[in-house]
Design a protein around this ligand. Structure first.
Ligand code: 13P
Ligand code: SF4
Length: 336
């Protein structure tokens, strides 16, 4: 999805943005580059990118693009995934320090040890993992297809799900699967959106719709409130960031509470100016996502610096797991 413009939360003036954006597009054309941006990027980058969306959507674009170069405005594992899927293309990441606390919560060595304790189990890894972890994985998933990936695995096969405990718990709940072990990893941003945030925001906005990312620390308590009738099921949804964008475009609600990283609000507001989108926790910002600044993107396009390298053997093993995921279900940007 390419975001439309809601200029009021940009830090640049309109004139500065137009000059910068024209130069970004000119340089991208000159290089034969496609610019991809995750939904948590700063507003200017979401608006200038050729494609803006969630992890699964961007993986699909990276796999299918005809462009010579992919400039990835996101975090390291996302650019690595693009390189795994398009090994013959140059993939540029404007700042290699843009990491991910969730991807850091399991190493390839830890996963090998876990597998050794569960021989024969199928490993499902969230895409928020390093290439080395993906290489030890049978099939990847994102927040928008995790339940479908788990459902694709024969019911009698044990599953090891890593690294996100909250997404794992959500998948277990919606699939009813019992033979699934879940790694105790988390994203510090989403884990920080707490049940207390939910309680106070719902009390302040009792008629709001509620959109929750499955990585959030509050997912279970939101769904508990739904199951006890304290929140209406028809106004409460657990979605990927792309699913949130689709829901935002479609809603007629006056207010929507949004439990995920706050960068998504730019796009939700651009998609629907009639609804008020309110963060469940206004401090839920990912410092890694914000490392990709307009100046760094410009520098990358001017210099071609920042190429991502993945060892070919690791990439080949990781590719099987990512392609197995992409082959499951169409498309896209929605959620469970
Ligand atoms: P999605 O865009 O797939 O929902 O993932 C969210 C995320 O945390 C990426 O860092
Ligand atoms: Fe990683 Fe969390 Fe940042 Fe997403 S929001 S990139 S999962 S640290």
């Amino acid at each position: 999805m390419t975001a439309t413009v809601a200029a009021d939360d940009r830090t640049m003036s309109a004139a500065e943005y137009e000059t910068w954006a024209a130069e970004i597009r000119r340089l991208a054309d000159e290089r034969g580059a496609v610019v991809l941006a995750h939904n948590y990027q700063v507003p200017e980058i979401q608006d200038v990118a050729h494609f803006t969306g969630d992890s699964l959507y961007l993986s699909r674009v990276a796999a299918e693009t005809d462009a010579r170069e992919i400039v990835f405005c996101g975090v390291h594992f996302m650019a690595e995934t693009a390189k795994i899927l398009s090994p013959d293309k140059t993939v540029l990441l404007p700042d290699h320090a843009a990491g991910c606390s969730l991807a850091d919560s399991i190493t390839a060595e830890q996963l090998r040890e876990w597998k050794a304790d569960h021989p024969g189990a199928v490993v499902v890894s969230y895409v928020n993992t390093t290439a080395a972890v993906k290489a030890e994985t049978d099939i990847c998933c994102t927040s928008s297809n995790a339940a479908d990936v788990v459902r694709s695995i024969p019911a009698d096969q044990e599953i090891l799900f890593c690294p996100d405990q909250f997404l794992g718990a959500h998948v277990k709940r919606v699939t009813g699967r019992e033979n699934i072990s879940i790694w105790a990893g988390e994203c510090h941003v989403h884990a920080g959106i707490s049940p207390a945030d939910v309680r106070s925001q719902i009390a302040a906005h009792p008629d709001a719709e509620i959109l929750v990312h499955p990585e959030c620390g509050c997912t279970t308590s939101v769904l508990d409130l739904v199951s006890h009738g304290d929140l209406p099921a028809d106004r409460t949804r657990v979605l990927s960031t792309g699913g949130m964008a689709d829901a935002a475009a479609a809603t007629t609600a006056g207010q929507v509470l949004v439990a995920t990283e706050i960068g998504i609000l730019h796009q939700l507001r651009a998609l629907n100016s009639k609804t008020e989108f309110i963060p469940m926790n206004a401090r839920a910002a990912c410092r890694y996502m914000k490392m990709i600044t307009p100046a760094k993107l410009l520098h990358t396009l001017r210099t071609g610096e920042g190429a991502i390298d993945v060892d070919p053997d690791t990439a080949a093993r990781a590719r099987r797991a990512v392609e197995a995921m992409i082959a499951i279900g169409e498309p896209g940007r929605g959620g469970e």
